[in-house]
Design a protein around this ligand. Structure first.
Ligand SMILES: *[C@@H]1O[C@H](CO)[C@@H](O)[C@H](O)[C@H]1NC(C)=O
Ligand SMILES: *[C@@H]1O[C@H](CO)[C@@H](O)[C@H](O)[C@H]1NC(C)=O
Ligand SMILES: *[C@@H]1O[C@H](CO)[C@@H](O)[C@H](O)[C@H]1NC(C)=O
Ligand SMILES: *[C@@H]1O[C@H](CO)[C@@H](O)[C@H](O)[C@H]1NC(C)=O
Ligand SMILES: *[C@@H]1O[C@H](CO)[C@@H](O)[C@H](O)[C@H]1NC(C)=O
Ligand SMILES: *[C@@H]1O[C@H](CO)[C@@H](O)[C@H](O)[C@H]1NC(C)=O
Ligand SMILES: *[C@@H]1O[C@H](CO)[C@@H](O)[C@H](O)[C@H]1NC(C)=O
Ligand SMILES: *[C@@H]1O[C@H](CO)[C@@H](O)[C@H](O)[C@H]1NC(C)=O
Ligand SMILES: *[C@@H]1O[C@H](CO)[C@@H](O)[C@H](O)[C@H]1NC(C)=O
Ligand SMILES: *[C@@H]1O[C@H](CO)[C@@H](O)[C@H](O)[C@H]1NC(C)=O
Ligand SMILES: *[C@@H]1O[C@H](CO)[C@@H](O)[C@H](O)[C@H]1NC(C)=O
Ligand SMILES: *[C@@H]1O[C@H](CO)[C@@H](O)[C@H](O)[C@H]1NC(C)=O
Length: 615
């Protein structure tokens, strides 16, 4: 049990260690922690986007910037990976995350959703929802609400000891996310809110978060309705719509996200913009408006956990979710961090010193060599007349290979199903013929023309680039080949289908021979190598001259790399390294023979580069 004294407003604004039996409530103007006014000086850092070994360090940086609260999304798909089976270790361990936040002197806002957008794989939904008949996500649909209920009950039970009334740091739990941008079915949101009320009983305040223009559409009776975006427009909209309770900007944007092929978003060095953020935040606090910075630390879309936006084509999110945040992707403070610390320090009586962090490390010339062809390491296929989508194969992420034995000659334009999902590399007898990429709008994608002879093998390697996380298309997000594959007007029937989730890569099959002279006709090749470091530490891997693929170090999936940028450097956490015998595995999707040396560097490069596979 801790004892607290409140010596006036300044101390009340400071972060306080929550005590057993604490409470968090609100009246018309203020949040009240144990009955005393409390302004949420928050920032977001998603537990699942940060290696758990680095949580402590980054939470200490949050507190030392003047934050008293950390917000985090909860990605349902990563925890309930199979229906009714829950993975709670590693960076999924929200109980440990909340305890560490509490130890660091931070309250916690849990953004549960279960739809949370977040530029995350399908906005946080598990891909297996696609396999349930009549499923309509984000709607008053019995199939959907049955799954949200069991998920929320499980989550609520798990985190109950960490809720404010039970001595934990969790003060708020978010219901849905920006629903007002999507629809306005209050039957659905009320049903969902009722599930939250019965699942989360530890005294955390339930709230919604909507754009100021969509506040009423997203608000739920008897649930605190908050806004995101602007610290000025939000309170204005709340006042206009007669919303009760204190103001909070649930997402104050420092910068913005990065999408593959689009310019890098950053305000590092932009002193004017940084000064305006300082002023915004000070003005908000002076007006008793709470906020949470989106992001305080963005982190990384490790593995295949990135989402995608949709324009007239797929806009997949990069592996880095740096987000131009005050604490960069590697957990190091930027100029924005120091500027915000200066501004927010004015609202805290006990600002800790900025913590130390070990320097990034360089690793020069990691020796990687072609080890085996992907096509020599395929699992046992399923055979079917017509290709089925990835989810029907009980596969959620990664790649699916569709193989066809040609028995009758056929030639003409290839149509790989009703739409390229999401990026299909086409091979005949193991030689690359072209790439049909949904990065380009339908009608502008590469036209791959084939001339198939009896005895040829046609391969379609389909990559799931990340399910769409925002907008009306989230209703159904199936991947792989969907619908008939045709060459000219001939439907190809009779396929061997191989699932390649590649969560931790693939082992070299015994007897597989190493590729010789690598050329641009080659099918995908796994490269391997080992390396030592004098002191394990964080680094960014660079792969100059490589086109596209995936990197694993010691079995950890670092995510996708892609020459088109803007990301050219890939975060490798020091926590994943040993001093000796580190193993690196790289899936080189598009070998060329001009791959450069792989290096670990301390400073990242951002650059948009031409797409070698542009139509
Ligand atoms: C809310 O509570 C605080 C702290 O007791 C108080 O200063 C404030 O006036 C209250 N607001 C309203 C509208 O009652
Ligand atoms: C919250 O805690 C304060 C301080 O201990 C106490 O005075 C108040 O009654 C509590 N409020 C609720 C709603 O439990
Ligand atoms: C989590 O547990 C699984 C199953 O025991 C194990 O394979 C995996 O390595 C663990 N992950 C972490 C990060 O500890
Ligand atoms: C799905 O919807 C159809 C048409 O409304 C209905 O006939 C069928 O019984 C439903 N299936 C399930 C599993 O609810
Ligand atoms: C300050 O808060 C009030 C009360 O909620 C709100 O009406 C007003 O728009 C806010 N002003 C600014 C500048 O944010
Ligand atoms: C902010 O809240 C405090 C405590 O409730 C109150 O005294 C003060 O008048 C409020 N300021 C504004 C601008 O609303
Ligand atoms: C989609 O295409 C239309 C018509 O070319 C264009 O006006 C619009 O800006 C495009 N939208 C996006 C998001 O690219
Ligand atoms: C913090 O407060 C001091 C003293 O009022 C003021 O001079 C300074 O500008 C404030 N810092 C920021 C970043 O607003
Ligand atoms: C890493 O390499 C760069 C470029 O050669 C050099 O400037 C920097 O000092 C090195 N950093 C460390 C920590 O070795
Ligand atoms: C593909 O063919 C269609 C139909 O002939 C044509 O309109 C389109 O421009 C072609 N696309 C490319 C990238 O050449
Ligand atoms: C394709 O040919 C391979 C090699 O002969 C054979 O193992 C496989 O069963 C054939 N697949 C189909 C769908 O006919
Ligand atoms: C790396 O970044 C740091 C911090 O921004 C900077 O001081 C240093 O000069 C950079 N080093 C190189 C080699 O670019």
């Amino acid at each position: 049990m801790h004892l607290y004294t409140f010596g006036g407003l300044l101390a009340a604004l400071a972060s306080v260690q929550p005590s057993l039996g604490a409470n968090f409530t609100y009246n018309d103007t203020d949040f009240l922690l144990n009955g005393e006014p409390f302004k949420i000086i928050g920032g977001q850092m998603d537990a699942q986007r940060v290696p758990w070994q680095e949580w402590d360090s980054r939470l200490a940086f949050a507190r030392a910037m003047g934050l008293n609260t950390i917000s985090t999304y909860v990605y349902w798909n990563q925890i309930e990976d199979q229906p009714g089976q829950y993975i709670t270790n590693g960076s999924n361990n929200f109980a440990a995350y909340a305890e560490k936040a509490q130890d660091a002197g931070l309250q916690v806002v849990l953004r549960v959703g279960p739809y949370i957008c977040g530029e995350h794989e399908w906005g946080g939904f598990p891909a297996w929802l696609n396999n349930i008949d009549n499923m309509t996500v984000r709607s008053n649909n019995p199939q959907f609400l049955e799954r949200t209920q069991s998920w929320l009950n499980w989550l609520g039970d798990w985190l109950d000891p960490l809720m404010i009334n039970n001595g934990g740091p969790i003060i708020m739990v978010q219901v849905e996310n920006e629903y007002g941008f999507y629809d306005s079915d209050h039957t659905y949101t009320s049903a969902l809110a009722a599930q939250f009320e019965s699942a989360f009983t530890g005294g955390a305040i339930l709230y919604t978060n909507d754009g100021p223009d969509a506040l009423e559409a997203g608000a739920i009776p008897n649930i605190l309705a908050e806004t995101d975006g602007s610290t000025i427009d939000g309170p204005k909209a709340r006042a206009k719509d007669g919303m009760k309770g204190p103001n909070m900007d649930g997402e104050y944007y420092i910068t913005w996200l990065d999408q593959w092929g689009q310019p890098h978003q950053s305000i590092v060095g932009n002193t004017e913009r940084i000064a305006s953020i300082q002023a915004d935040l000070a003005a908000a606090l002076d007006n008793n408006t709470s906020f949470s910075l989106y992001m305080f630390n963005g982190g990384t879309n490790f593995g295949f956990q990135n989402g995608a936006d949709w324009g007239n084509s797929t806009l997949p999110i990069t592996t880095s979710y740096d987000y131009g945040a005050p604490l960069d992707e590697s957990g190091r403070p930027t100029d924005i961090y120091y500027a915000l610390r200066e501004a927010l320090g004015n609202y805290t009586s006990d600002l800790p010193d900025v913590p130390d962090i070990d320097p990034m490390i360089n690793i020069s010339s990691i020796d990687v060599k072609p080890a085996f062809y992907l096509f020599d390491a395929l699992p046992t296929p399923q055979t079917m007349d017509t290709p089925v989508n990835m989810e029907q194969l009980n596969q959620w992420y990664g790649f699916t290979l569709y193989r066809y034995n040609v028995s009758d000659s056929v030639s003409g334009l290839l149509t790989p199903g009703v739409a390229a999902k999401d990026r299909i590399i086409v091979y005949v007898n193991g030689e690359r013929q072209g790439v049909i990429d949904s990065l380009y709008p339908a009608g502008e994608q590469q036209n791959v023309t084939l001339d198939l002879k009896a005895g040829d093998t046609l391969d379609l390697l389909s990559e799931n680039l990340g399910r769409i996380n925002f907008g009306s298309l989230i209703t159904s997000q199936t991947k792989g080949v969907i619908g008939d594959v045709k060459v000219s007007d001939t439907v190809l029937s009779g396929w061997d289908v191989y699932t390649l989730p590649l969560e931790s890569g693939l082992d070299k099959p015994s007897g597989a021979s190493a590729p010789g002279n690598v050329s641009s006709a080659d099918s995908p090749i796994f490269y391997t190598g080992t390396f030592d470091v004098s002191t394990p530490g964080d680094t960014f891997l660079e792969l100059p001259g490589w086109t596209k693929g995936v990197i694993w170090v010691n079995g950890n999936n670092l995510g996708r790399f892609w020459t088109i940028g803007p990301q050219q450097s890939y975060f490798l956490p020091g926590a994943w390294l040993e001093k000796t015998k580190n193993t690196i595995l790289i899936l080189n999707l598009e070998p060329s023979g001009s791959e450069g040396t792989v290096n670990g560097v301390t400073n990242r490069t951002w650059a948009v580069q031409p797409d070698p596979d542009a139509p």
